[in-house]
Design a protein around this ligand. Sequence first.
Ligand code: B12
Ligand code: SF4
Ligand code: SF4
Length: 341
Amino acid sequence: MSPPVLSADAVVAAARACRFTLVGVAPAAPLDPAPFLHWLAAGWGSGLSAMHRRVAQRLDPGAIVPGARSVIALGIPYGAGDETASQPELPVIARYARGRDYHLAHRDRMRALRRRLLEMDPTVNTYACVDAGVAMEKAWAERAGLGWIGKHGVLVSRQHGSWFTLSVMVIDRSLDRYHQPHPRLCGDCDLCLRACPTGAFPLPGVVDARLCLSCQTVENHESIPVALRAALAGRAFGCDVCQEACPYNHSGLPPGDPRQAPRPLGLMSAAKIATLTRDEFIRLSAGTPMARAGYHGLRRNAALALGSDARPSARAALEQLSRDASPIVSEAAQWALGYGK
Ligand code: B12
Ligand code: SF4
Ligand code: SF4
């Protein structure tokens, strides 16, 4: 007997009831492998070892869930209307990272969604992915009509701009209808490509992670290459420059999810971050994306962020860090003390 076909409207309503703001559904046909294989082969993801593993599963939901039929793409908005980035005394902490860790937000809501799907069909099989799992979330979100992959490599929605995070759920059930893939609406705009401070776009829509400040400040736990350091002035974790440049992110967006609102560490000055004790870092970063950089990584970033800051408080923080026991922190602070000389 063939498995039941579920109602798309019922699945979308269940996801909305679980507090996903953006919801779309797509058939689970394999993705075009060419862009991802090219990205790997060109070395644009070479610092990200996880991206080189389980490649077949990333491209074909059927390799993750036997009999996969549908993909539910899900989004939670953050940061629209959060204008703290424009306060010059604050280091730029990327908006997604200022509040609760989005992995936890998606995980909790996807667990609730799975329970609802099991109520509809007790034998349905699911695979849930947020970020670290093996699904190409932007490609699925584009197919499921949530928005389009912009030339800056981030998914953009007409309604929410690009200030939202994604997750996907693969299920082994067909739905009675699917959303249309979203057309790409960038046209001849190239504002994001021109705004990137490190030239991290080898092609429109494609990011060389090695040159991306988001990758360097979050995923790199060693020293940051000297050639990229000047661009880190005033930037302590992640990077939003290409998204800030996008006209679809300007004014009139609905507010983000209140549970993703900034927490104290997300609004702290670079000098304060630079001089956090380990206990303070652990307490303040718990449950936020900033924990990922680690104590030394975040203070290394703060040191580089302070390089262009001539204020006495910044110089004092750098003097202190230049004697730090962590070599990545002391080396970054020594470099920052010599900034511009
Ligand atoms: C690896 C990764 C990174 C890498 C590489 C970035 C990238 N764009 O690939 C680094 C560490 C640099 C990074 C940075 C950031 N990331 Co990230 N990252 C991922 C991750 C884990 C995988 C992405 C991936 O598969 N990349 C490989 C490339 C080849 O895949 P792709 O971009 O989907 O490939 C498509 C494009 O190349 C496109 N394409 C090909 N040719 C062309 C041509 C044109 C003209 C166009 C428009 C498109 C296009 O087609 C491909 C297939 O669909 C996803 C989570 C996930 N599991 O999907 C999060 C994810 C993409 N990241 C996210 C975020 C928030 C960020 C940052 C904004 C964080 C920050 N503020 O600091 C930055 C943005 C940097 C940027 N400009 O992309 C969100 C994006 C949410 C959204 N609205 O899209 C995701 C989805 C995480 C999540 N669960 O929410 N990230
Ligand atoms: S996040 Fe920053 S460094 Fe990375 S591509 Fe966008 S503008 Fe460039
Ligand atoms: S800035 Fe322009 S090119 Fe870049 S994502 Fe936005 S609309 Fe597309």
